[in-house]
Write a protein that binds this ligand. Structure first.
Ligand code: PMP
Length: 428
């Protein structure tokens, strides 16, 4: 495959944009080589600036659950844009999408829209602190909740890819209020709670981790967290930026039948436009300004184009009762197919999957937390990534990311992918 134009565009970008990209993982630093510049995308495919067609397993890191340029979303955005792109004043569509989201997700009464997953998680934690009048939070190593200061402590995703899970610029004062636990290790959480009595405002968790590759919660782990929170007056915050409107209509709360106190959204909820949201019971949400004392705001929050895209996306997911089943089946098919060809070629690997989130770890043992995820063989991952790219299959350029499956993928696309994995596995 030729990447001549992508390479030239990247060189130009590097002159005026730090690292040539507006978000680090895009830069291919973890895998080497030059990032692909996208020209356009439709359904399951990306078309790059050199004319290559790639089957896309990133799907904008999650939002494109129904495929790229999904017609109802595109139409909704075009129609809205004709009527003005931002007002900074209330619009009816904000209430419409809020009503729909509240009806789809269990256990929430009110929702506030923001512009990114980072903002959603940052605001959720401020709300939890204000509501409980406590300062500390527990987060899990390898989980990523955006790039807000409190979360850049052993963060997953790009932070781990570049070996900087703790960023310079985060003050010691901020860092001391973030307590770090091991994913799937309930004893560790108990110890932290005991060592910090009446100081912990919330536990924030990706109910299915997707930022150290896909790492599912162990059986009973989320329920035990729920019980610990109840016993200690701690709020449980589910970061459903990846899992929301993807694993089920009601996200991980529905899938695992666990009630979170505050839920964060991003990605799918905006249909591919920059949207995040956080939601909770009426009592907790009314603690936010202007009804309550915790301040949170945004000039472009509830932007009409973003709301139109999100509403079209959620409407479709709400109407199509079978969509989550189809996504599960397609991902299970891919899972089995990849496992077969990896085994046939004797490649040491572990595949983790929950619903339409899946990742291939080049590790022998079960991957249950950040440590076991980081044990994966990164040199093999690099070869795997570039091999697949050469075959026309685009996965995230980091071993610490999940693949996102879209309903736009046909079984032919999945067979094509499994065949590509077979070709690459032979060379590993
Ligand atoms: N939480 C999770 C679970 C995420 O995966 C991400 C982004 N990948 C974020 C929060 C931050 O979202 P954003 O990049 O939109 O700020």
């Amino acid at each position: 495959m030729i990447y001549k134009r992508s390479s030239a565009l990247f060189s130009e970008a590097e002159r005026v944009i730090p690292g040539g990209v507006n978000s680090p993982v895009r830069a291919f630093k973890g895998v080497g080589g030059t990032p692909i510049f996208v020209k356009e995308a439709k359904g399951a495919y990306l078309y790059d600036e050199d004319g290559n067609r790639l089957i896309d397993y990133i799907n904008s890191w999650g939002p494109m659950v129904l495929g790229h340029a999904y017609q109802p979303v595109v139409d909704a955005v075009i129609e809205k844009a004709k009527k003005g792109t931002s007002f900074g004043m209330p619009t009816e569509i904000e209430t419409k999408i809020a009503e729909l989201a509240v009806s789809m997700v269990p256990n929430i009464d009110k929702i506030r829209f923001v512009n990114s997953g980072t903002e959603a998680c940052m605001s959720a934690v401020r709300l939890a602190r204000g509501y409980t009048n406590k300062d500390k939070i527990i987060k899990f190593a390898g989980c990523y909740h955006g790039h807000s200061d409190s979360f850049l402590i052993q963060a997953g995703s790009g932070a781990s890819t570049f070996g900087t899970p703790n960023s310079p610029g985060v003050t010691k004062g901020t860092a001391k209020d973030t307590l770090l636990a091991k994913y799937n290790d309930i004893e560790n959480v108990k110890q932290l709670i005991e060592a910090n009595p009446n100081e912990i405002a919330c536990i924030i968790i990706e109910p299915v981790a997707g930022n150290m590759g896909c790492v599912p919660p162990n059986e009973g782990f989320l329920q035990t967290l729920r019980n610990l929170c109840d016993a200690n007056n701690i709020l449980l915050v589910f970061d459903e930026v990846m899992t929301g409107f993807r694993l089920a209509k009601g996200g991980a709360q529905e899938l695992y039948n666990i009630k979170a106190d505050i839920v964060c959204f991003g990605k799918v909820i905006g249909g591919g436009l920059p949207v995040g949201a956080f939601a909770a019971s009426k009592e907790i949400m009314d603690y936010l300004a202007p009804s309550g004392p915790v301040y949170q705001a945004g000039t472009l929050s509830g932007n009409p184009l973003a709301m139109a895209a999100g509403l079209a996306m959620l409407t479709q997911l709400n109407q199509d009762a079978q969509v989550f089943n189809r996504l599960n089946k397609k991902t299970a098919y891919l899972h089995t197919g990849i496992a077969n060809v990896m085994n046939k070629n004797e490649v040491v690997h572990t595949i983790n999957r929950v619903g339409s989130m899946i990742s291939v770890h080049f590790a022998k043992d079960a991957v249950v937390d950040f440590e076991t995820a980081a044990n994966g063989n990164n040199d093999t991952f690099k070869k795997f990534f570039h091999g697949l790219l050469h075959e026309g299959v685009y996965i995230a350029p980091s071993a610490f990311e999940t693949w996102f499956i879209t309903d736009a993928l046909s079984y032919e696309d999945l067979d094509f992918t499994i065949n590509a994995v077979n070709n690459v596995a032979k060379t590993l």
